[in-house]
Write a protein that binds this ligand. Structure first.
Ligand code: XIL
Length: 383
């Protein structure tokens, strides 16, 4: 069979296989891709918005909360940023200030100073406040690894969650109780649970224990299970969605007080062109909603690595990724919050060159991505 040189090896192998089974796979895939690519690269696509309303107002009109993640140090040092943040956001997410690394200088002490500052700032500007995460295997202080063992792990977990959630009870709208517990690629287990210190030393019921402890200490907060790799049509994401759904089903059947799924949604523009399968994602959201759970999009941003360097083109593609993703997920009424992981390109956790992943550029000019998010809220059905 003749295979043009320009075809990637994987694609070439696929074509060869498909020719053996009558080309059906490739035809379906190609048809699907054809639908996606012109959409994203359509240079005529406009991201017009009507009116002057802020993102939080546009979202609220549909019963949706819009917010973003940031930190105390940024808000203190950059008044212009604080200004746009307050105008657009109905929720402030503590990007790093409520992680163990920030809260736990030593095994016996808690430092709530940055978190308290954020809680106060949020309340002063009438924003909801959200914390992440109570249980994770990252952003841990250096003493953690040396200290944790099978004797003390359960006590450490319960003590941390109780202290922290009690401290913020009444001031916090929602917590990520457990973050990234599943990793189907690295896990050796059928349920996809990652072998973190929590799994190793507490056992698989650490997730249930974490939620029960949080609910007992703060009965008001919306308790979220948060995870990643849930967005695309890839073997990894498909398996991750299945494993997350299974975990949520297990928790619900045990009556664990979990209230919502958090979908991180760190999107990649390149993958969004070829590996975004709206109906698969929507079916997953429907399955999650049918368990009686709400859904938060918790860490939305668009990695623009690999896109054309031309800024106008780059921004248009990023905007298209935002609009296509959000208009898909917001069709599901269980999705009640859209939170971006930052607001301006000046402050993003992504460290590639020429990055433009957020809604404002680094000089605080609105980008097409801002309009795209606004448009998605406008198109969304009312909750
Ligand atoms: C990131 C922060 O944005 C960075 O500032 C920090 O250095 C590392 O952590 N998934 C998560 C977030 O759940 O907590 C991570 O936040 C990004 C990936």
């Amino acid at each position: 069979m003749f295979i043009p040189k320009s075809l990637s090896r994987r694609r070439a192998i696929k074509m060869t296989l498909a020719s053996l089974v009558g080309m059906t796979t490739v035809t379906t895939k190609a048809a699907y891709q054809d639908k996606q690519i012109p959409l994203l690269f359509d240079s005529k696509r406009k991201f017009q918005v009507i009116g002057q309303a802020s993102l939080k107002q546009r979202a609220a009109a549909k019963g949706i909360i819009y917010g973003a993640a940031t930190g105390r140090d940024i808000l203190v040092s950059d008044a212009e940023f604080a200004d746009i943040f307050v105008k657009d956001c109905a929720m402030l997410v503590a990007e790093n200030d409520l992680k163990w690394l920030a809260l736990r200088p030593t095994p016996n002490t808690f430092d709530f100073s940055k978190g308290d500052w954020l809680a106060k700032f949020a309340s002063k500007h009438r924003m909801l406040f959200r914390g992440t995460p109570l249980v994770w295997d990252r952003a841990l202080p250096s003493w953690f690894k040396k200290t944790i063992n099978s004797e003390n792990a359960e006590r450490l977990l319960v003590e941390h969650i109780t202290r922290v959630t009690k401290h913020y009870a009444g001031k916090i709208y929602s917590w990520d109780v457990v973050n990234e517990a599943i990793d189907v690629k690295r896990s050796q287990r059928r349920d996809g649970l990652l072998l973190t210190p929590w799994l190793r030393f507490v056992g698989e019921d650490y997730i249930d224990l974490a939620f029960r402890t949080a609910a007992a200490a703060d009965p008001q907060a919306i308790l979220v299970y948060n995870d990643r790799w849930l967005d695309y049509d890839t073997p990894r994401d498909n398996a991750q969605r299945a494993a997350v759904l299974q975990l949520l089903e297990r928790l619900k059947s045990q009556k664990t007080p979990v209230h919502a799924l958090g979908i991180q949604a760190h999107l990649r523009a390149i993958d969004s062109q070829t590996r975004f399968h709206p109906s698969k994602l929507r079916n997953f959201l429907k399955d999650v909603a049918s368990l009686g759970l709400k859904i938060f999009i918790t860490e939305l941003d668009v990695k623009d690595q690999g896109l054309p360097l031309d800024i106008a083109q780059r921004d248009r593609i990023v905007a298209a990724v935002y609009e296509d993703y959000l208009s898909t997920v917001l069709d599901e009424k269980a999705v009640i919050a859209v939170l971006t992981w930052g607001l301006s390109d000046r402050y993003t956790w992504l460290f590639q060159l020429n990055k433009r992943p957020l809604l404002y550029d680094s000089n605080f000019h609105r980008k097409s991505a801002w309009n795209a998010v606004a448009r998605a809220f406008e198109q969304a059905p009312k909750r």
